[in-house]
Design a binder for this molecule. Structure first.
Ligand code: NDP
Length: 445
């Protein structure tokens, strides 16, 4: 049995009920075969893969909080410090009822390669809680965030571990958590959290960075394949931070985005999504998507899922993991879709990814396509260290350069190993090579 298969078996044995984590490891390691086979003796000697699939540290803790009636509830908090070889652990916090150890570990594992790909000095981590922010009052969210941070504060800091937002954690939650962090620490350590508000050390452009970065990368991908984004029909899933700014940038680039979705239903708007209205519904009113349709005569709201049944040139899944399934991939191919770029983390299942690739659809995985968010968080950390804030133009220019370089690196890595056009392999190889060298150099850990 080859080294990769041995390690995959080990991961399955050691983490029997962690299906998302197993899926992520399988996706990455399978595409690394040519690199690993070329260096097998060296990597085995270092137990490189065994180290790479085992987090440096898993922190789990109790988060008690009180609701507005004075009842106490208890959730579980997590922070996975997966790999710190190339910099402080870095990765978001997710508050969603689906959060469990498997999802946290898959996200942290992916984050290691994503952060490596950005070229910035950031290790990989992820955290969160199974707390459901939906339907909670502002005060309840505050109490939860304070309790969560009271425990997390022991493990994070500008030079150790720097969390940020993710699903269910936006500017409001980061503000509440940073306030509690500062109160306990008694020091102004802005670089301990990213995604902060602009009045207290946040970076201009961070809110937009994942969605904009996704479109900068998509543009490069199309360019490399002699296509242009202007005039294309785009379908987007999700209606959160990533989706909203992906829709905004795609529209600014001359594409027409005709869908978005949330966990209850989806919108088809053949006139093109009105992004200002969407921001009002989601960011200001925090309402469901039927409120968008109620205010927009050209839009239809439908319950359930359905975004991938709409004819498009480009599909951008921006909601959550495993939301684009094999049947969805078949519909996309049948409808003539030419490119799928992942705004969310692992939104496409392995079967769907293979089907898209085999059908000739250009496919860019999330660890490259959505790296703009963490890259901009890296820029926020630099600004905090310098105690300066850069203009939005400066941040956006750096973001564009990073996304262009990510595409160049993954395109080249795929070509170097005889897999031109396989951007999944290219992204994994480019992220892996740097991480592997950093880990081998620091042999003791
Ligand atoms: P948000 O919480 O802002 O938005 C998530 C969106 O996806 C919402 O519209 C939500 O609907 C929908 N959604 C969430 N879970 C489900 C589900 N199980 N089924 C259907 N729809 C769902 O999160 P973000 O936009 O920040 O994150 C989206 C994805 O992008 C995640 O995979 C995240 O890990 C990834 N990502 C985010 C980055 C960032 O900077 N924010 C950076 C890199 C990756 P509803 O409101 O109804 O729950």
């Amino acid at each position: 049995m080859g080294y990769i298969d041995e390690v995959l078996e080990l991961v399955a044995q050691q983490n029997p009920d962690q299906k998302e984590f197993q899926q992520a490891v399988k996706e990455v390691l399978s595409s690394l075969r040519p690199v690993i086979e070329k260096n097998e003796a060296r990597y085995r000697r270092e137990a490189l893969l065994e180290k790479m699939v085992n987090p440096e540290r898993v922190i789990m803790f109790r988060v008690p909080w009180q609701d507005d009636e004075g009842n106490t509830h208890v959730n579980t908090g997590y922070r996975i410090q997966f790999n710190g070889a190339i910099g402080p652990y870095k990765g978001g916090l997710r508050f969603h009822p689906s959060v469990n150890l498997s999802i946290m570990k898959f996200l942290a594992f992916e984050q290691c390669f994503k952060n490596s790909l950005t070229g910035l000095p950031m290790g990989g981590g992820k955290g969160g809680s199974d707390f459901d922010p939906k339907g909670k009052s502002d005060r309840e969210i505050l109490r939860f965030c304070q309790s969560f941070m009271t425990e997390l504060v022991k493990y994070i800091g500008p030079d150790t571990d720097v969390p940020a937002g993710d699903i269910g954690v936006g500017a409001r939650e980061i503000g509440y958590m940073y306030g509690q962090y500062r109160r306990i620490r008694g020091a102004y350590e802005g670089g301990a959290l990213t995604g902060k508000g602009l009045t207290y050390g946040g970076s201009l452009g961070r809110k937009q960075a994942t969605g904009y970065g996704l479109l900068y990368l998509t543009r490069e991908l199309l360019k490399a394949n002699n296509m242009d984004i202007a005039g294309k029909i785009v379908t987007v899933s999700g209606a959160g931070n990533v989706a909203i700014y992906a829709i905004e940038k795609a529209t600014a680039m001359g594409a027409k985005v005709v869908t978005c979705s949330d966990s209850t239903g989806w919108i088809y708007d053949p006139e093109g999504i009105d992004v200002e209205l969407l921001k009002d519904v989601k960011e200001v009113r925090r309402a469901r998507l039927d409120a968008y349709a109620a205010a927009r005569p050209s839009a239809q709201y439908k319950e359930g899922r359905g975004v991938w049944s709409v004819k498009c040139d480009i599909a951008l899944p921006c909601a959550t993991q495993n939301e684009l399934l094999l049947d969805d991939a078949k519909m996309l191919v049948a409808n003539g879709c030419t490119a799928v770029c992942e705004g969310a983390n692992m939104p496409t299942t392995l079967e769907a990814t293979h089907y898209l690739q085999e059908s000739g659809v250009l496919f860019c995985p999330g660890k490259a396509a959505n790296a703009g968010g963490v890259a901009c968080s890296g820029l926020e950390m630099s600004q905090n260290s310098q105690r300066l804030s850069w203009s939005v133009e400066e941040v956006d220019e750096k973001l564009q350069t990073i996304m262009v370089n990510i595409f160049k690196n993954l395109d080249q890595a795929a070509k170097d190993y005889g897999m031109a056009g396989n951007y999944v392999a290219g992204a994994n190889i480019a992220g892996f090579e740097k991480l592997a060298e950093a880990m081998i150099a620091q042999a003791s850990f």
